[in-house]
Design a protein around this ligand. Structure first.
Ligand SMILES: NC(=O)C1=CN([C@@H]2O[C@H](COP(=O)(O)OP(=O)(O)OC[C@H]3O[C@@H](n4cnc5c(N)ncnc54)[C@H](O)[C@@H]3O)[C@@H](O)[C@H]2O)C=CC1
Ligand SMILES: CC(=O)C(=O)O
Length: 306
């Protein structure tokens, strides 16, 4: 059994824009690690974010400072948010060329990366970038993860929570596959209190496709309204960092290589200090499985180029 490593652990965040600074703030408030390193190739923005975060650190047990790429490569958890964000109406997939180039330069700048580090991809398209980082980081695949459909699964659970009047943590439901337009909400095996989700009276007559579409398009709505999403993903990453530092082995949908589909996709995994321990594929009906297979095919095609 591995030791958890919260005491003395370091986390690096590459990219100090809306998402990187949100993640830093959430991790600071929850004292997830003992030291946070922040890096951005825009040195002024980076210095500004760090000075601001240092003002907030009086309520935290975490110290925060600017880190060089090489220092960040030696952190226990390395979170990559560096990358272009979607413009209103733009899909995550359309970011691929710009963000592949940025990821390549970020990985090169951090080498050699600490052999026990957990590398966490946040920048989009997250499945493709996770696949790329698994190939080029030099780390074992189990230590290279993407935030995948964790945020989408939370959005799905919140949509159900509001209808069923139960807490989101009581809704055992997953969005799997793509963190993007091809994501699949697995209705068929979702449960609440051990009872199939779809058997609840409150959900009779519910248009499942409509709810799935709203969940998948929530990011577009937020981007239309405020230009970027940041708080949801910040909470997600702080929770993942806690899972890693405390070796919680919580089952969370994340981007990882899925042998069953021969592609980097997001499926529930148990996550601990050593990264991904096991993958659990939820039961899916024919329609759900076909949609996952289509998204695996699309991801494989993009990833075969590198
Ligand atoms: N996985 C998820 O659930 C989510 C992913 N995202 C993704 O996160 C990424 C970042 O989004 P925002 O923070 O809103 O964008 P942003 O534009 O606010 O920040 C990006 C930052 O990356 C920096 N950067 C670019 N290249 C760099 C390099 N080579 N080294 C260091 N820093 C570099 C930029 O200077 C900028 O400060 C986007 O790709 C976005 O789509 C956003 C929200 C949720
Ligand atoms: C932008 C993005 O990927 C999200 O909020 O889901």
């Amino acid at each position: 059994m591995s030791q958890s490593r919260r005491g003395g652990s370091q986390m690096a965040i590459i990219g100090a824009g809306s998402v990187g600074s949100g993640i830093a703030f959430a991790c600071l408030m929850r004292s997830v690690v003992s030291e946070l390193l922040i890096n951005d190739f825009n040195a002024e923005v980076c210095d500004g974010q760090v000075l601001d975060l240092q003002d907030a650190a009086f309520v935290s047990n975490t110290k925060v400072r600017v880190g060089t790429p090489k220092e960040c490569g030696q952190a226990d958890i390395i979170v990559i948010t560096a990358g272009a964000r979607q413009r209103p109406g733009e899909s995550r997939d359309e970011l691929v060329q710009r963000n592949q180039d940025i990821l390549k330069s970020v990985l090169d700048g951090m080498q050699p990366i600490k052999p026990t580090a957990i590398l966490m991809l946040v920048a989009n398209p997250v499945n493709v970038l996770t696949c790329m980082a698994q190939k080029f980081s030099g780390l074992p695949p189990r230590q290279v993860i993407g935030t995948g459909t964790y945020l989408d699964s939370i959005r799905f659970r919140v949509a159900m929570k509001e209808r069923l009047r139960v807490s989101e943590s009581s809704v055992h439901a997953y969005v799997v596959g793509d963190h993007g337009d091809k994501q699949v909400a697995v209705w068929s095996s979702a449960t609440v209190g051990g009872k199939p989700l779809l058997s609840f009276e409150e959900l009779h007559g519910l248009d499942q496709d409509e709810v799935s579409h709203q969940v998948a398009h929530k990011a577009y709505k937020i981007i239309d309204l405020k230009g970027a999403t940041s708080f949801g993903i910040a909470a997600v990453v702080s929770e993942l960092a806690l899972c890693i530092t405390l070796n919680k082995l919580s089952v969370i949908p994340l981007s990882t290589y899925c042998e069953r589909f021969d592609a980097c996709l997001s499926f529930p995994v148990s996550l601990g200090t050593n990264g991904v321990e096991n993958i659990a594929y939820p039961e899916m009906n024919e329609k759900e499985l076909a949609l996952v297979q289509a998204s695996a095919e699309a991801t494989r095609k993009v990833c075969s180029a590198f």
